[in-house]
Ligand binder design. Structure first.
Ligand code: G6P
Length: 614
């Protein structure tokens, strides 16, 4: 089953097209291709075989800056009907002038007659396909109006089609049409997308319209015009994102934050997919293979990020030190940029950002690059500035995160960092056995998270008890310290309760003086037994000052439970991956606190999803 994707807009067109094709990948296909309008011409890349191969070709063809300048593009996965699977037969097909490109799903029954007619007029065909005939026919009718030419051509064909076409001379729009093979159109922010499958579009926008048979649409960056084959306008309103649609997007959840928390089994599955090499007990990140020196010669890892992304770095730091045996520093990007950091090609700088647009993180990346460090990025938003400027990196694949308070992006960031640490470790001294242990623990996370989400009810009940407090303290040791920081940040961001995260034993160096009768202390005691025992000592210190102790403990740990006033039980797992279920418990607690305090959960006051200013 062939598939179509088209894009016109300001983002990186080749990358959006590849991403769209990937969504179509479950359909059978034997070849793939894309065409991009640029500088008054059209560039086509095609491949027999996988989308991954096409992506490689596209990357080689369009460096990030050049891709950004591209205006419109169309792409296709082909399942051979007319002619063998081959690169020549793969779509897009060009017209005789090479200025029009077209992709097509369906079968044109009268293509032989049309081909003979066009050959008699001088057309030379390079493929055996019916689609190339249609491309030439459009070219035959073309007089600087691709919409007109497509309509003329389609009036002469018999058969089924869903098509998308672009003209090098009109790079500001795509023309799409359908008859018996559907196409839909999504109007997003700064770009529009056309696809044979709405799932490709839904990722970018919910403002979607579908065409009816014998309709042709002109799809521009921010609007769409639909007409019938005779050129008569068809009234079609593009839905606005009203509340009804928002509700649909929230999939029945009251808020995006809650929805995104619950999406974590899937977002984590996506973050892991194809990235674990069990045979070699390592992770697969081709971007890391580009280091200017051997992995074993890297001397330091420097992570750069802000807010939640920095916390993810802190959670990853342990794995880098423990597994890769490499000095690791996690820097506040906003400070790093104003220091005079000492870096060279043996430093591995990882810029972490959900949005990929945070100004401070970008500036820190530029500084690291300038100083000659080997840089990479971990971003969620595809084609974001950070991803492009780093030149290489890893995408989180967490899908759109709408809630300002980050949840699913955080867990995916931690997982990607753990996998990077695994790869780095295996390139150094980490044994296969220990590597495999972590690989298995990471692979088990979707299931662990599924089993963690039911703590929602307990979290809600506890939130009810502490919703009116002024201060909450989160304490953790080892890998649970970053979780304490992130839990406190979630509470501050969403419910405006003053909250702080501390290393548990640091409490006695000052913060403990803040504890009064009933002050909630959230104790992350879901660590290994030795750490848990030390945590109990810290807990008792707080309790003796009147604190109300809420433990996050491993399921069935009756010893830890004995020391808590309340507890949330999460599935026990490998200490390096334990931050994932632990933080989910805290995300839910923060969410319910915010709900009970009637806060604006998805868009908290004074905060922005991405801080593009310093
Ligand atoms: C803003 C957001 C935070 C986020 C931080 C970093 O401050 O409010 O939730 O953690 O930016 O964002 P990034 O997109 O770089 O991860």
């Amino acid at each position: 089953m062939s598939g179509i994707v088209g894009y016109v807009g300001k983002a990186n067109a080749p990358e959006i097209l590849v991403r769209g094709l990937r969504k179509l990948e479950p359909r059978s296909y034997d070849s793939a291709g894309m065409a991009i309008t640029e500088n008054g011409g059209i560039t086509v890349v095609k491949t027999l075989g996988t989308i991954a191969a096409l992506e490689k070709k596209a990357r080689a063809q369009w460096a990030p800056d050049r891709a950004r300048a591209a205006a419109a593009g169309i792409a296709h996965t082909r399942w051979a009907t007319h002619g063998n699977p081959s690169e020549a037969n793969a779509h897009p097909h060009l017209d005789a002038s090479g200025k029009i490109a077209l992709v097509h799903n369906g079968i044109l029954e009268n293509y032989r007659a049309l081909r003979s007619f066009l050959e008699s007029k001088g057309s030379r065909f390079v493929s055996e396909t019916d689609t190339e005939v249609l491309a030439h026919l459009v070219g035959w009718f073309y007089t600087n109006d691709i919409f007109q030419a497509v309509s003329e051509a389609l009036r002469r064909v018999i058969g089924a089609y869903g098509i998308a076409a672009v003209s090098a001379l009109e790079p500001d729009h795509i023309v799409t049409a359908q008859c018996g093979s559907s196409v839909s159109i999504g109007i997003g922010v700064g770009g529009s997308i056309v696809a044979s499958d709405t799932s490709v579009i839904a990722e970018h926008t919910q403002r979607i319209i579908s065409l009816d048979d014998n309709e042709v649409a002109i799809v521009r960056v921010d609007d769409v015009e639909v007409r019938n084959l005779g050129g008569i306008p068809v009234s079609r309103t593009v839905p606005e994102l009203d509340e009804v649609e928002e509700a649909v997007r929230k999939n029945g959840f009251a808020h995006f934050m809650l929805k995104e928390i619950h999406e974590q089994p899937e977002s984590i599955t996506d973050a892991i997919r194809g990235r674990i090499d069990f045979e070699n007990a390592t992770a697969v990140f081709s971007s890391m293979d580009a280091a200017p020196c051997k992995i074993s010669e890297l001397t330091r890892v420097v992570m750069l990020g802000c807010g939640t992304s920095r916390h993810a770095g802190l959670a990853g730091e342990y794995a880098f030190e423990e597994l890769a045996d490499i000095q690791t520093e996690v820097e506040q990007a906003s400070e790093f940029r104003y220091r005079n950091p000492i870096l060279d090609k043996h430093d591995f700088a990882i810029a972490i950002s959900q949005s990929g647009e945070t100004a401070d993180t970008l500036a820190a990346l530029r500084e690291a690059k300038l100083k000659g460090a080997f840089v990479t990025s971990i971003c969620n938003v595809v084609s974001s500035t950070l991803a492009r400027e780093a030149g290489r990196g890893v995408y989180l694949r967490a899908g759109p995160e709408i809630s300002v308070a980050s949840t699913k992006a955080f867990t995916s960031q931690v997982i990607v960092l753990l996998l990077m640490a695994l790869k780095l470790g295996r390139g150094r001294r980490l044994s296969r056995e220990r590597g495999l242990e972590l690989a298995n623990a990471i692979a088990s996370l979707p299931d662990i998270v599924r089993r963690t989400l039911p703590v929602n009810d307990v979290a809600k009940r506890i939130a009810q008890k502490i919703k009116d407090v002024e201060h909450i303290y989160f304490i953790g040791r080892g890998t649970m310290y970053p979780v304490a920081l992130e839990g406190a940040l979630k509470v501050k961001e969403t419910s405006y309760i003053h909250a702080e995260g501390y290393q548990a034993s640091e409490m006695r160096h000052g913060p403990i003086a803040m504890l009064a009768q009933g002050t909630p202390v959230i104790a992350l005691a879901c660590c290994d037994e030795a750490e848990r025992d030390k945590m109990i000592i810290n807990v008792e210190e707080c309790r003796s000052r009147g604190a109300y102790i809420i433990g996050v403990i491993n399921a069935g740990d009756t010893e830890a439970a004995r020391h808590m006033d309340e507890f949330i039980e999460i599935p026990a797992t490998h200490p390096l991956v334990a931050p994932i279920p632990a933080v989910i418990a805290l995300q839910l607690l923060a969410y319910h606190l915010a709900c009970l305090r009637n806060c604006e959960i998805d868009k908290p006051r004074s905060l922005s999803k991405s801080l593009t200013v310093e």
